[in-house]
Design a protein around this ligand. Structure first.
Ligand code: PBG
Length: 327
């Protein structure tokens, strides 16, 4: 090599697939992945979710099958969302021991609970007739403290049904502390809380509202979820409060537009950091791929590697089973 040319040659380590694989800095593992699943009461066959091609609302039977497939693929966890047949203002089905989410938790936990971590989303929006995440005041705002009482009761019902971890996603102030106290009081001191600590009022949740049938009937979630343009310190404040209240793991949601928040959480906290690759992140890659505009598999892997490289220890993704099989 002539002295006229550079001596440092980073390209040397990129010459072959084997070399690139050996020096890779980010490796995905099936156990990093958590599969979100929807189970709907009273259906005999799974129903496709139009805005999320490949995702379905499960029947109890099809959920069992999907849970087995995820476990066989080595996926780390399952997070269940329930869609009840009847909704009301207080989301009564959410803590009913015979409610769809509790029934499904029992089904799945009995069959695959030793092989995969079975958890539940702890919120009210799938269960309220108005689609909001809590109890409303007469003026239509979400009443923080009345909602905390509901979350506490829901978390206990979920633990009783076999949820091995609960994941409060409603962004009420004090939700982790209220749930911790209720779990401890009911003899579930060993059930960890995965706190959705930084959850943004995001347009990327759009398709989820079809999947979980929980679009707010009026208004939005911007009085409780964080503003996408809000200061970084606000996310840090939320995560510190959740840890002080007893969170065992923390989550950033969505993932792709908030990689900086994931990186910052990883640097700041000493518990596992999860990131949720949400419905809109799924839908935009599937839609572009269906049009033949992008390489679907490569884009899925690149997005997940990016989330992991940012610092996520766990990634919730609708592609969990497919990707786990490929790894
Ligand atoms: C609330 C909840 C939502 C999602 C997960 N938990 C919806 C919301 O906050 O509006 C969104 C997940 C996704 O978009 O994939 N129970």
């Amino acid at each position: 090599m002539s002295a006229r040319f550079p001596v440092a040659r980073p390209r040397r380590l990129r010459r072959s697939p084997a070399l690139r694989r050996m020096v890779a800095g980010t490796r995905l593992h099936p156990a990093d992945l958590v599969l979100p699943v929807f189970v709907k009461e009273g259906i005999a066959e799974p129903q496709p979710v139009v805005s999320m091609p490949g995702v379905v609302q499960h029947s109890r039977d099809s959920l069992r099958k999907a849970a087995h497939e995820a476990a066989e693929a080595g996926v780390g966890g399952l997070i269940l969302f329930g869609i009840p047949a009847v909704k009301d203002a207080r989301g009564s089905a959410a803590d009913d021991p015979d409610g769809i989410l509790q029934v499904a938790l029992r089904d799945v936990n009995a069959e695959v609970g030793d092989a995969i971590v079975v958890m539940a989303d702890t919120c009210l929006d799938e269960f309220t007739d108005n689609g909001h995440c809590g109890i409303l005041t007469s003026s239509g705002d979400v009443d923080n403290d009345a909602t905390l009482e509901r979350y506490a009761s829901i978390a206990v019902a979920q633990a009783e049904a076999g949820s091995q971890m609960v994941a409060p996603s409603g962004m009420m102030d004090g939700q982790v502390g209220a749930i911790r106290a209720a779990l401890d009081g009911a003899g579930y001191g060993n059930i960890p809380i995965l706190a959705y600590s930084a959850k943004y009022a995001s347009a990327f949740f759009g398709p989820f509202r079809d999947a979980a049938e929980c679009a707010p009937q009026f208004g939005d979630r911007s009085t409780h979820q964080q503003d996408p343009a809000g200061p970084l310190e606000e996310a840090l404040r939320e995560v510190r409060l959740d840890l002080a209240e007893g969170a065992d793991a923390v989550m950033v949601k969505p993932a792709l537009a908030y990689l900086d928040i994931i990186a910052r959480f990883r640097a700041e906290v000493d518990v596992p950091v999860a990131a949720y690759q949400v419905s809109g992140e799924y839908a935009m890659i599937e839609a572009a791929a269906a049009n033949g505009w992008v390489d679907r598999e490569r884009m899925i892997m690149e997005s997940l590697v990016g989330i992991k490289r940012a610092g996520a220890d766990m990634i919730l993704t609708y592609w969990a089973t497919e990707v786990a099989r490929r790894l």
